[in-house]
Design a protein around this ligand. Structure first.
Ligand SMILES: *[C@@H]1O[C@H](CO)[C@@H](O)[C@H](O)[C@H]1NC(C)=O
Ligand SMILES: *[C@@H]1O[C@H](CO)[C@@H](O)[C@H](O)[C@H]1NC(C)=O
Ligand SMILES: *[C@@H]1O[C@H](CO)[C@@H](O)[C@H](O)[C@H]1NC(C)=O
Ligand SMILES: *[C@@H]1O[C@H](CO)[C@@H](O)[C@H](O)[C@H]1NC(C)=O
Ligand SMILES: *[C@@H]1O[C@H](CO)[C@@H](O)[C@H](O)[C@H]1NC(C)=O
Ligand SMILES: *[C@@H]1O[C@H](CO)[C@@H](O)[C@H](O)[C@H]1NC(C)=O
Ligand SMILES: *[C@@H]1O[C@H](CO)[C@@H](O)[C@H](O)[C@H]1NC(C)=O
Length: 519
């Protein structure tokens, strides 16, 4: 293995670098020699990869180029025809036992690259060996693309020496591995890839995800956590022999445009929403129960915004985010007023707090599914999913109703704490906001039931979970202390009127003689 700089030897034929791999010391018994790899700074232009002295015992090998951050094109001919070349940041081609094979790598920009040769036996399944959809006949690579909500990993079915593509009896297992959160350094990128190069490495580092037969088998969907890098890997197994596809990385965002694309939302709309969430969160966390009417209004408002946003997203695709948000906020204001009116008219605490209970139940159910339940196979089915979801919400709601005061205080602290944490993510990074976003996606995004949820849970997420629990506990404790020796709920207007005090009087005396703040 050595890097020969042809440019130094002969300036006349200078086209780029030549990277040489020598397989002569390959020994089928020795697993450690199955992979050869080398880092190189690819210059702009065409470079060559030479694979020399391929022993008879090699069945086939996969040549891979992983570049960062720019695309490269890998081809088995100098002409770069589309049927023998592939473009991307994680590319690879299969080659059979030919001596002295050459590959060509075209790069528009100078970029750092990891070049790998993985060697397999004749009886190992060939990754992407059934040429069904991709340009190249053997396509051991994965094509990764993303939308706002989903990461889509496409691959081609494997083949094996004594079976046909129609039978499709080769087992395919998919894995993924999260890179360091909010860190786009090339070190983490290449570390992640090196950890997913061979079958053994994939099995020890990767997390296996569920697969389904049919259309989505080779078109795997993952919930997108924008800005968090993931390595995707596939292992094909046939008669106890396995081979690995070329690992592929996606950050779910455009690295060339990191500030806008990878770090939180930067539009003014989102800034306003995050600031509102933070204030709303702090207020409700500490004073939600004390200022009962304001809280009723806020909860009605939040529910209104959410429902309207879901309906708008479901019913039309051609509204922009800001149009949807503006409409949702306006309708939310009406919802808030209506809900407040409900208290003014009936004054039944158990009725008025039911929205708080519903929202807390919704959040708790979302946490349950976020924490892994959503990835169980039975919940690919929408009916199973929503019935279970509803059952959880109702169970919590029923429990909450039994101790209305305590659970209302808890609900306020919990919802407030979550709103704070989700808004903080805008400034600090972290993924807890996806607890609600994933439930929302399940409602409105097509095929989201097929997506793997398995969220990243790294140091920031752990810190924020602790913050969520701590804030909820503290808010609950503080509000219960404030609440001591006061009536559980503010008196209703009829009581107020009987005492001969105007409805608008902000402070009234309750029976214990304690001043009750009645805003
Ligand atoms: C495996 O390869 C390593 C390094 O290439 C070598 O030191 C070792 O002796 C080999 N083992 C066998 C069983 O060939
Ligand atoms: C690539 O370039 C960087 C600096 O530009 C240098 O630190 C590094 O050693 C080079 N790597 C190789 C393999 O030449
Ligand atoms: C490839 O070359 C090596 C050494 O030159 C030789 O031992 C081997 O048999 C050759 N393999 C094939 C398939 O021609
Ligand atoms: C990089 O390659 C991918 C896959 O072919 C392609 O979708 C993308 O547009 C390319 N990016 C650039 C900047 O050329
Ligand atoms: C390549 O580099 C040049 C200048 O260094 C830059 O203008 C261009 O956008 C880069 N190309 C890509 C595909 O990023
Ligand atoms: C697959 O490759 C073989 C050989 O190159 C070719 O005959 C066949 O038509 C290809 N099938 C598809 C679906 O492209
Ligand atoms: C695969 O290996 C297991 C044990 O490792 C063995 O029981 C089984 O028979 C093997 N299957 C095949 C098809 O070789």
């Amino acid at each position: 293995m050595r890097l020969v700089l042809m440019c130094l030897l002969s300036l006349a034929v200078c086209e780029g670098q030549v990277v040489t791999f020598d397989l002569s010391d390959y020994n089928p018994q020795n697993a450690t020699t199955h992979v050869q790899k080398m880092f190189i700074n690819l210059t702009a232009g065409v470079s060559e990869i030479w694979v020399n002295n391929v022993p008879e015992s090699v069945g086939f090998y996969v040549v891979q180029v992983h570049s960062f951050p720019y695309n490269v094109t890998l081809s088995s001919t100098r002409k770069f025809r589309s049927k023998d070349s592939v473009e991307g940041v994680n590319v690879g081609l299969v080659s059979f036992n030919d001596n002295d094979t050459r590959f060509y790598v075209k790069s528009k920009n100078q970029t750092k690259a990891l070049i790998v040769v993985v060697i397999y036996n004749k009886k190992d399944p060939i990754p992407g060996g059934c040429n069904l959809t991709f340009n190249t006949e053997y396509a051991p690579y994965q094509l990764v693309s993303y939308t706002e909500d989903l990461i889509i990993v496409q691959s081609q079915a494997p083949s094996a020496f004594d079976t046909t593509c129609d039978k499709n009896n080769i087992q395919v297992d998919l894995y993924h591995l999260y890179l360091h959160e909010n860190n786009y350094a090339e070190k983490y990128y290449f570390d992640g890839i090196e950890n997913m190069l061979t079958v053994d490495l994939i099995k020890s580092h990767g997390y296996k995800v569920s697969t389904v037969d049919g259309y989505f088998k080779y078109r795997k969907l993952y919930s997108a956590y924008r800005g968090v890098g993931q390595v995707f890997a596939i292992v094909a197994t046939y008669h106890n022999r396995s081979s690995a596809y070329v690992p592929a990385v996606s950050y779910g965002c455009d690295l060339d445009n990191q500030d806008e694309s990878c770090y939180g939302p930067v539009t003014p709309h989102w800034k306003v929403i995050c600031a509102f969430l933070l204030i709303f969160g702090l207020f409700v966390n500490f004073f939600g129960h004390k200022f009962f009417r304001i809280t009723l209004y806020l909860i009605g408002f939040v529910i209104g915004v959410f429902i309207t946003y879901v309906i708008l997203s479901l019913s039309s695709n051609n509204l922009t985010v800001s149009e949807k948000t503006t409409t949702a906020v306006l309708i939310g204001l009406i919802y808030g007023s209506l809900w407040l009116l409900m208290w003014w008219k009936f004054g039944i605490p158990i009725l008025s707090v039911s929205l708080t209970f519903f929202l807390s139940g919704f959040l708790l159910a979302s946490i349950v599914f976020y924490a892994g339940v959503a990835d169980l196979k039975i919940f690919h089915n929408d009916i199973n999913f929503w019935l279970t979801f509803l059952a959880i919400v109702i169970a919590f709601h029923t429990m909450f109703t039994m101790w209305t005061l305590e659970w209302h205080v808890f609900g306020c602290s919990f919802l407030g704490a979550y709103a704070c944490v989700a808004a903080l993510n805008y400034y600090t990074g972290g993924n807890l906001q996806y607890i609600v976003i994933n439930s929302f996606r399940r409602m409105v995004v097509n095929n989201f039931n097929m997506a793997t949820i398995d969220p990243p849970f790294q140091i920031l997420d752990i810190t924020q979970s602790i913050l969520l629990v701590a804030m909820t506990t503290f808010g609950f404790y503080y509000q219960m202390k404030e609440q001591r020796s006061k009536p559980p709920f503010p008196p209703h207007r009829y009581t107020t009127l009987e005492e001969g005090v105007s409805e608008t009087t902000p402070l009234i005396r309750d029976t214990t003689g304690v001043i009750y703040s009645d805003i």
